[in-house]
Design a binder for this molecule. Structure first.
Ligand code: G6P
Length: 607
């Protein structure tokens, strides 16, 4: 986790480093720091808490220098505090780190046995000590870093700065992303290209095991065997404006409202509406023998995978296994030859999902990845890349990336069904027609924003909330509960409506709002029966359904929300809108930090 930026500049760089960190805050925001090197050596400023605290520190005590490194942290080893905040300085080296050094304990013990004194609880400080020791032994910085990198196990992206060499910056990556940026007489490092968007559009993505020596006007990349390598230099095409809130109060609200547009953009790459065909970038021949799909993801992306399982089973009649990435690798899953392993991730960098992807590859699976960041590790390692076109998602709680994932997954299910001979031309045309209707239906759901905001006071005082749904609305119930937990800190559970009678029904009383997602369709009657079981026990129900559903079952509910009538296929995309907006308005009512909820980070690059 964490975000890092480095600048070898031509003028003062402190403000530009902080601007880069601002774009990386999604990676963590429990403390931040910068270190510059100038004529007087190192100048470091660090602060616990949000980046604003570091900015205040810098305003009070400005830092000068034309080269520097900076870091925004999501704590792994050592609580969030100023002493644990990066950069860490030992002797003549300063380092910022994203990832985990798994062998830091034995390294630290050995260093302490030599009499070295540690000032923080972090794993990162061992890197600074190891490099400092090499420098003390008389090795120049490049040789010092070269000697230390093979000693580090785990995952890392690093940027290192040297007290006596203001013209040098060294970066390294293994299992965590790092981007090199090229400027006019300047050079940059960043956790992603977005961090560098205002500095440069010319970037190279380091490969795993690469390290890079940046000097003014010369950038040298080496691989893990220390051989000079060239990595493609590409135009990132990103602009800082992509990460502005516009007229919205929060990024999350902006991103919720962008959904019809970005889902339409995404569908454009996967559908040929005029021909009534789905058109994935995979020849049908490559899919026709797929007999099993294994889906792996984390968090909200996992719930997108759960929805996809219904579609894949129903349309393609293919066996589907699904697991969260952190469990998948450790349960010794049976992966038969010829299987398709499908990884879903907004960031494409989530460490658990990436490790699962590599495991599935080693087990001979064909790897497909539904990813929002096209330059991410997962995107680069997949055999079949299925990008979502949601654009940068900044709010920590995923919204638009989720519905774009659903759009791609629905198209994939239809494509697989066709390739396996399970879909007639007519059925395919019908699916395409319904998917193409999704953006307009989502727009209609967004128009309910004021009505959804009016529900927030019913939920905000609750200590516990239940969400119920059946079929593809069950993962939507899970997603609704997750959204509420993430940003409003209210305990919430999503349940398969029919499973509620096997336990959670004991929780029902008038203080526990029960939110029922029940679009009319084949499962409506059964869901409503479960809802009546709640009501019979004094439960307070908020029913989210369409006009027909509310006419049949809306009486006696605490509140109802009338949704547009949708085809069951696209209901998950459309019902995502009210669950997202409800969580948003409850969080606003509770005054929480919507875009940067406590303890979370957007991209979790540690296992
Ligand atoms: C974090 C985020 C979630 C996200 C999950 C998976 O926990 O807070 O919003 O769903 O990671 O991230 P990914 O980038 O792999 O989709």
């Amino acid at each position: 986790m964490c975000g890092i930026v480095g600048i070898l500049g031509r003028g003062e760089v402190a403000a530009r480093l902080v601007a880069g960190l601002r774009r990386l805050e999604y990676r963590g925001y429990d403390s931040a720091g910068i270190c510059l090197v100038g004529s007087d050596g190192f100048v470091r400023r660090r602060a616990e808490g949000k980046l604003a605290n570091l900015e205040a520190r810098l305003a009070a005590e400005p830092a000068h220098g034309a080269s520097g490194i900076a870091h925004t942290r999501w704590a792994t080893h050592g609580r969030p505090s100023e002493v644990n905040a990066h950069p860490h300085i030992v002797g003549d080296v300063a380092v910022v780190h994203n990832g985990i050094i798994e062998n830091f304990r034995p390294l630290r013990e050995a260093l302490e046995a030599e009499g070295r004194v540690f000032t923080s609880e972090t794993d990162t400080e061992v890197i600074a000590h190891l490099v400092a020791r090499e420098l003390e032994r008389g090795h120049p910085p490049v040789a010092a870093v070269q000697a230390v990198l093979p000693q580090l196990h785990g995952a890392f992206a690093l940027a290192l700065l040297f007290r006596n060499e203001p013209d040098l910056l060294i970066g390294a990556r293994l299992g965590a992303p790092l981007t090199v940026g090229f400027g006019d007489g300047e050079a940059y490092l960043g956790s992603d290209a977005l961090a560098l968007a205002d500095l440069t559009q010319e970037v190279s993505y380091l490969e795993d095991g690469d390290w890079v020596i940046l000097r003014r006007g010369a950038v040298e990349i080496r691989d893990r065997e220390n051989r000079p390598v060239t990595r493609p230099r590409i135009r990132s095409g990103l602009s800082g404006a992509l990460v502005e809130k516009g007229n919205y109060r929060h990024f999350m609200l902006k991103e919720i409202h962008e959904q019809p547009l970005v889902v339409a953009q995404t569908l454009q790459s996967y559908l040929k509406p005029l021909d009534g065909q789905v058109a994935l970038p995979i020849p049908d021949a490559r899919l026709e023998n797929v007999g099993r799909v294994t889906i792996v993801a984390c968090g909200t992306s996992f719930y997108a995978g759960m929805v996809a399982r219904y579609w894949l089973e129903r349309f393609a009649r293919v066996a589907v296994d699904i697991d969260v990435a952190s469990e998948f690798r450790y349960r010794e899953p049976v992966l038969e030859p010829g299987g398709l392993a499908l990884f879903i991730s907004q960031s494409g960098e989530t460490a658990d999902t990436l490790a699962a992807l590599r495991h599935a590859r080693a087990e001979g699976q064909t790897i497909a990845a539904v990813v929002n960041v096209p330059t991410s590790s997962m995107a680069r390692e997949a055999d079949i890349l299925l990008p979502t076109h949601a654009g940068p998602e900044i709010g920590v709680a995923s919204t638009k990336a989720f519905t774009c994932q659903l759009a791609v997954l629905a198209a994939l299910a239809a494509n697989l069904a066709r390739a396996r001979g399970r879909l007639s031309r007519e059925e395919e045309r019908e699916i395409v027609t319904h998917l193409a209707e999704a953006p307009a239906a989502m727009n209609a759901a967004l128009a309910l924003d004021p009505a959804i905001a009016a529900l927030a006071p019913l939920v905000a005082p609750a200590r516990d909330v239940l969400y119920l749904g059946r079929g593809p609305d069950y993962p939507m119930a899970l997603e609704g509960a997750l959204k509420l937990k993430e940003i409003s800190y209210i305990h919430a559970e999503g349940y398969a409506a029919g499973e509620m009678k096997h336990g959670p029904i004991a929780l029902i009383d008038e203080a526990v709002p029960v939110i029922v997602l029940a679009p009319s369709g084949p499962l409506f009657e059964k869901t409503v029966s479960n809802m009546q079981e709640v009501r019979a026990r004094g439960g307070k129900v908020i029913l989210i359904s369409d006009r027909e559903g509310l006419a049949a079952a809306g009486d006696g509910c605490l509140a109802t929300l009338e949704m547009p009538r949708t085809h069951p296929l696209i209901a998950p995309l459309v019902y995502a809108v009210p669950v997202q907006l409800l969580a948003y308005h409850v969080a606003v009512a509770k005054g929480t930090d919507v875009d940067q909820p406590r303890n979370l980070a957007k991209s979790v690059t540690v296992e």
